[in-house]
Design a protein around this ligand. Structure first.
Ligand SMILES: Cc1cc2nc3c(=O)[nH]c(=O)nc-3n(C[C@H](O)[C@H](O)[C@H](O)COP(=O)(O)OP(=O)(O)OC[C@H]3O[C@@H](n4cnc5c(N)ncnc54)[C@H](O)[C@@H]3O)c2cc1C
Length: 575
């Protein structure tokens, strides 16, 4: 097995991985490993913008941004982390500008900003323009810019290598095993410091805005290695996915003035969020859409509502929302300038993940940093997003906490000796692959995956109930057993064996689905994106705490940790 030695190994080349790498490279030898070519990471699909209280279009302040983030997270947000995020926002955006990101401009030439869900002024009084953007391809331009910086700084990139095991030695991270899609070979990576930036796992659900690579491998491998996962029950459904496909229509469409309407043409958000209406937090809008549909006010009796952009005019759509307009034309054959778009909530973002401190250090079961291991981006839970993330706060999270993790790694490096690699590193993966390839009949990956995605969609999506969650848990465990004992590969060759890769990913999806459902089952209250029909109230007395789930003797066990409250005492959440 080829062995690669680097001081720092970063897994994932979305914005979190790239931003960390660019910071950590200094005197260290840094390598990036990515399952897809770096610029194909899901960050490149981010449309709407990056939030920062630079106040270019309207008065703004980092305190208002922090307040909105905490309220948006339904007070589950750790407020020390939210303060870091909001305070650092303006610096982070100007830094991106200086690196070369082509943001849209105001007529005076300053960075333009637009409104986004849950971002307000004066602590909730009115919507504020806080999202810095580049048309509706903000993630694309930031990803390309940061990739350019990574190339310029000589960071070694291993593309289309998928990590399949993490290696620990004497309680510290020592390296990993990766599978090379092009050759079918396993590679061993040996490092002093390791950072996971493997993104989200929307592929657990049938309808999602996420790309195919978002299967949560890094998060699952950390969990399998015995580390805890935090707040897994909080899964964000974005209100406006293209009906039937889940492809995202950015909140920027509502930020630019788009309106949601029901069967009667009514702007129904006026009833659910009288102050900021269509720009309420995403969990609120997604529930409102589902309620309209359940009460029979969907369009033509179907499970859809309309997103109306017709009043914005052709020119504004072309200038500010051009990619979205073309998605709608391509996928639905509709011109958004003349017809409303049929939409339905789509699984979008994972608030939970690998617990870290504000410097990206991964926390173990004892809530102390695990030596040598870091995480950043959507795979991590800092936790700035609490029970529901605000739009445009993810891109900010990636660059703010990616940079901090990079700085911390660089500072630690001189004192970190090379760990030993165990002699049997890679053996377990090799055996797993041989077992999979050895089977000559059984069930195919895509059938099992589809069943899982259907179970999660039906039983653990926007609305949840105990009976459904119990059934989901049973179904997932049955699927896990079928996956373990009977998965069969159609193609058993070495080169570009995507069948094998998907089989390995399926294990991640199943393991993570189990943690989502179990955490959701235990939390008998409604908060942010976790809405229990059988417990419709938020219960701060019992539940103002983070869920942690970790394997104990091979079984998932749940425990809790307190939320950090600094400036804003929990209040009822009204928009
Ligand atoms: C359609 C869409 C639009 C969005 N719009 C916005 C927006 O406007 N504003 C905003 O703030 N947020 C937005 N978001 C959310 C935001 O884009 C994501 O949360 C963010 O990009 C995640 O970045 P990341 O760096 O953590 O991971 P990603 O960009 O998802 O990258 C993950 C990386 O991990 C690698 N990886 C995964 N598994 C493995 C493995 N096994 N081995 C090796 N590498 C692996 C992948 O190759 C990839 O490079 C949007 C999300 C979507 C889906």
């Amino acid at each position: 097995m080829p062995v690669h030695k680097h001081d720092v190994v970063i897994v994932g080349s979305g914005l979190a991985g790239l931003r960390t790498a660019v910071e950590a490279v200094g005197s260290a030898d840094v390598a990036l490993i990515s399952k897809v070519f770096p610029t194909r990471s899901h960050s490149g699909a981010a449309q709407g913008g990056i939030a920062a209280a630079i106040g270019n279009e309207e008065p703004d302040s980092w305190e208002w941004h922090m307040f909105d983030t905490v309220k948006g997270g339904d007070y589950l947000t750790d407020q020390d982390a939210a303060e870091v995020l909001a305070r650092d926002g303006p610096r982070a955006v100007y830094e991106l500008e200086h690196m070369g990101v082509p943001f849209n401009r105001t007529p005076e030439g300053r960075i333009a900003q637009r409104a986004f869900g849950g971002h307000t002024r004066d602590y909730g009084k009115a919507a504020v323009k806080r999202a810095c953007y580049a048309a509706d391809r903000t993630g694309r331009v930031i990803l390309d810019t940061l990739y350019g910086q990574a190339v310029r700084k000589g960071i070694r990139v291993y593309a289309e290598l998928s990590i399949v095991d993490l290696i620990f030695r004497d309680g510290r991270a020592a390296g990993l095993v990766a599978y090379d899609l092009a050759t079918g070979e396993l590679h061993l990576f040996h490092c002093r410091l390791l950072l996971l930036a493997t993104g989200g796992f929307g592929k657990v659900y049938k309808t999602t805005s996420n790309c195919f690579a978002n299967t949560g491998d890094g998060v699952y491998l950390a969990y399998r290695a015995g580390l805890p996962l935090e707040d897994m029950e909080f899964v964000q459904f974005h209100p406006t996915g293209i009906h039937g496909l889940g492809v995202l229509i950015s909140e920027a469409a509502r930020g630019e003035g788009g309106i949601l309407r029901n069967r009667d043409g009514e702007r129904f958000m006026e009833r659910y969020a009288p102050t900021i209406k269509d720009l309420a937090a995403r969990d609120v809008v997604s529930r409102a859409i589902m309620q309209e549909i359940q009460e029979g006010r969907g369009i033509d009796g179907q499970d859809i509502v309309h997103l109306d952009l017709t009043h914005l005019g052709k020119d504004r759509l072309a200038e500010r929302l051009s990619d979205i307009s073309s998605f709608v034309r391509i996928y639905l054959g509709i011109d958004p300038a003349s017809e409303p778009i049929p939409v339905h909530p789509t699984c979008h973002y994972m608030m939970g993940g690998i617990p870290t401190d504000v410097d990206g250090r991964v926390l173990g079961k004892d809530l102390q940093p695990v030596t040598g291991l870091f995480a950043a981006g959507e795979c991590a839970c800092v936790s700035v997003h609490g029970a529901n993330r605000l739009g445009c706060n993810s891109l900010l999270d990636l660059v703010v906490f990616g940079r901090r993790a990079g700085k911390k790694m660089l500072a630690q490096l001189p004192n970190v000796p090379w760990p030993q690699l165990p002699r049997d590193a890679g053996d377990a993966v090799r055996e797993r692959i041989e077992r999979l390839k050895g089977r000559s009949s059984g069930e195919r990956v895509h059938g099992l995956r589809r069943e899982l995605q259907q179970v999660m969609m039906e039983r653990c999506a926007v609305f949840r109930r105990e009976a459904d969650l119990r059934q989901a848990l049973e179904d997932i465990r049955a699927l896990q057993a079928r996956c373990r004992d009977g998965l069969y590969l159609n193609y058993r060759g070495e080169r570009f064996n995507t069948d094998l890769l998907e089989a390995l990913e399926l294990e991640s999806l199943l393991g993570l689905a189990e943690t989502i459902v179990l955490s959701a089952l235990k939390r008998t209250e409604s908060r942010g994106a976790h809405w229990r029909e059988d417990f419709p109230d938020r219960d701060d007395q019992r539940w103002l705490k983070h869920t942690l789930v970790a394997l104990e003797d091979g079984e998932p066990a749940i425990f809790y940790r307190p939320v950090t409250v600094t400036r804003f005492e929990p209040k009822p959440r009204v928009y």
